[in-house]
Design a protein around this ligand. Structure first.
Ligand code: SF4
Length: 323
């Protein structure tokens, strides 16, 4: 089960400044089948009432302030400290879904006002969201409005599952260290397995990173927190850029090579046609991947079956049918 932070208003909690909510169907109905949520409202969390006066981001882009419009009170420090107060729980998360446009939760394009002026530009980041990013740079974070886009939604869910797996692996690594007094071999095995399993998934996003990180893993003798944080950050930053049609085609062509010797000429032709149709935008990614999964069922291969590219998240989310 994933553990995901969510702006409480997106789960239907009536915590907004006007007493309403912004219930978001994807969180409430779809992802909830696979996620336990940590619902937080930073503004209510720092003691504001519901309803309450509006807050706006004010000042310059480098150091915006969250100012109550009625009173001029500056809530910046309290909103940032709210994230620090919950750092224990936040460090358990596999991702976070934040409410767009909010001066507390918005991750981009929040209205930023010039001091003592109505002049504004959509270039701010909410105070809580900015602190969250600073504390957990590898954590997958998305806004509700981005998740309406099929490519962004698929990408975010994919990252949730990869990061969730990573958290479980690092927890096992630390448990092993405590039990064995820092024996590096089981750690190396766990990392090697994670690295191998996500090879083609990563390859769709970045054609070099997997190999670069493989060299780093080979060379390293001590798995410090610094090394592990740097390793996963590089992976999560690469995955955060959605794979292009070219990137997926690069992977599909590589995988096609594995099947060539096993399937007959009719199946080879069918697969080649589907990959070409996908590349030209005539079918979704689900079409060639489903066919490859079918071949994997008929011609089992342990290495290929282990690749997360074939099943990066539960299939009934149907996320590859629209990309
Ligand atoms: S956007 Fe954030 S601060 Fe605003 S109501 Fe929703 S959870 Fe609370």
């Amino acid at each position: 089960m994933l553990y995901v932070g969510v702006s409480a208003c997106l789960l239907g909690h009536k915590v907004r400044y006007d007493g309403g909510h912004k219930g978001y169907s994807f969180c409430q109905n779809e992802l909830s089948r696979y996620a336990e949520y940590l619902p937080l409202c930073p503004e209510v969390g720092i003691g504001l009432s519901v309803p309450r006066p509006t807050i706006r981001l004010t000042g310059d882009i480098e150091s915006p302030r969250a100012i109550v419009t009625d009173t001029g009170d500056d809530l910046t420090a309290k909103l940032a400290a709210f994230a620090d107060m919950h750092v224990g729980k936040l460090s358990q998360l596999s991702g976070y879904i934040l409410c767009a446009k909010s001066p507390s939760c918005g991750t981009e394009g929040v209205r930023l006002y010039k001091a003592n002026s109505e002049e504004n530009a959509r270039e701010g980041i909410g105070i809580f969201a900015a602190r969250l990013r600073t504390l957990f740079p590898a954590l997958p974070i998305a806004e509700d409005r981005n998740l309406d886009d099929p490519v962004m939604r698929e990408n975010f869910v994919l990252r949730l599952f990869v990061y969730s797996e990573w958290r479980a692996i690092t927890a096992a690594i630390r448990a092993n260290e405590r039990a064995t007094g820092n024996d590096a071999e089981p750690t190396r095995d766990g990392l090697r397995s994670f690295h191998s399993r996500h090879k083609y998934l990563l390859f769709a996003h970045d054609d070099r990173l997997h190999e670069q990180l493989a060299h780093e893993l080979q060379k390293i003798s001590e798995f410090t927190d610094e090394f592990l944080d740097s390793y996963i950050l590089k992976i999560m930053l690469a995955l955060a850029e959605p794979a292009t049609r070219e990137g997926h085609t690069r992977v599909l062509l590589k995988l096609q090579g594995f099947f060539k010797q096993r399937i007959n000429s009719k199946d080879r032709l069918e697969l080649a046609q589907l990959i070409s149709q996908y590349y030209h935008g005539e079918v979704s990614l689900a079409a060639p991947v489903t066919l490859m999964n079918d071949y994997l069922g008929r011609y089992p291969d342990q290495y290929l079956a282990s690749q997360s590219y074939f099943h990066p998240y539960p299939g009934d989310l149907n996320l590859r049918c629209d990309i």
